[in-house]
Ligand binder design. Sequence first.
Ligand code: PEP
Length: 256
Amino acid sequence: MRKKILAANWKMNLTHTEAEAYFVTFLSEIGQVNDLEVVIIPPFTAISALVTASEKIPAIRIGAQNMHWEKSGAFTGEVSAAMLRAHYVKYVLVGHSERRMMFGETDEIVNRKVGAALHAGLRPILCLGETLQERDGGRVEEVLRRQLGKGLEGLAPRDLPEIVIAYEPCWAIGTGRSATPAEAEQSHALIRAILSELFGKPTADRVRIQYGGSVRPENAEDLMRQKNIDGALVGGASLDPRSFARIIWRTEAALT
Ligand code: PEP
């Protein structure tokens, strides 16, 4: 049984004081969370405040949006996996489409980051997904095979349960146009089949695959009811604590 995992990617939003205020509202809205894992992924500058605020709440983890693959050195502006671990960060986004598109992250860079994160004891959330042009060109499978094959190159089956995959079709991110539950499920099943070819079925069956792309309280439950969808990576809708809390409730409803 894969525990569903909901993550809030705040991107470049909220100062640390705004994050603290968010968290107070969020906690009063969500009540007790038992069967889910919730990850809040703020900018680096709010990590420490949120780690402190969430210390006594085991269902909530704090993540980071990025890291460098090297341990230390002359990499101005970067942070290492060990630096994140020292802040009690548990998860790190790797290969988000905004980083691939705006900051030139290739599959090779993504692969180095995945390896470095695992080595430091962080759980990478490996983001992947096709562009609209690739979808329209019938290339979804080819793109997912490449991103998974290269992104996970060199890993052993025992590493896989530590990794979360986030399927985020680029055309659905921040556009208000979510994949339908059937479209998302089709890609998730394909991702699991590719993982099964690469690492064996028992391993593939343990990997959690999140859906990301315009998830909102209104569409969360139908998406979360799909067999191969094990959670969501939420951008825009996670910036409002009430709306993210409602996505959590809808996910809990999907478990019944
Ligand atoms: C994201 O950036 O990971 C994302 C899914 O954004 P949104 O929910 O706003 O589409």
